[in-house]
Design a protein around this ligand. Structure first.
Ligand SMILES: [Zn+2]
Length: 165
């Protein structure tokens, strides 16, 4: 996915109450080498308020993404709906955690990484079908359990052998 759309001219952003819309699909995540998303359809509404040397950016993120379930491996659809904010200050200072500093000479800003970060941080670390209210694929879970039991059995028989020695 071409992320050129996410590069915004600072002068455009200075227009009071600016609102921009972005559409994000799975290719967006490929550009950041994030491979856990099979499919996605996300809308991002960004509004910016400019005052003095600051941009207050508000993001409204809404959509769905498909990712494999950690328990059974089948598709899991996660619904996203959240808001986030970023503060950008025009200054030659160094980066800090909360504020993004934009050097004076810069006339564009790429917000793709900001959006990427917000979405990825929102995705739970443990992804399971419990999250979308569905049940895991029982057949696959049974197979996984059987396989684990087999490994456990092998281990316990190995332990017994060790005890005998
Ligand atoms: Zn599952």
């Amino acid at each position: 996915m071409n992320t050129d759309n996410f590069i915004i001219k600072i002068n455009d952003l200075k227009i009071l109450k600016n609102e921009l819309n972005f559409k994000i699909n799975e290719e967006f995540f490929n550009t950041f080498n994030y491979k856990d998303i099979d499919e996605c359809d996300i809308n991002v509404k960004m509004s910016s308020i400019f005052e003095l040397n600051k941009f207050n950016l508000s993001f409204n993120i809404k959509g769905n993404l498909k990712t494999p379930c950690d328990s059974c491996g089948e598709d899991l659809v996660l619904k996203l709906e959240f808001t986030d904010k970023r503060l950008i200050v025009i200054s030659d200072e160094k980066q800090s955690n909360e504020i993004i500093f934009l050097p004076f000479h810069e006339n564009v800003i790429d917000i793709s990484h900001m959006i990427y970060e917000m979405i990825v941080l929102f995705i739970p670390i443990k992804r399971s079908h419990i999250l979308d209210g569905n049940d895991c694929n029982k057949e696959i879970l049974n197979q996984i359990n059987k396989k684990n039991k087999l490994i456990d059995d092998r281990w316990s028989s190995l332990k017994k052998v060790n005890i005998k020695i």
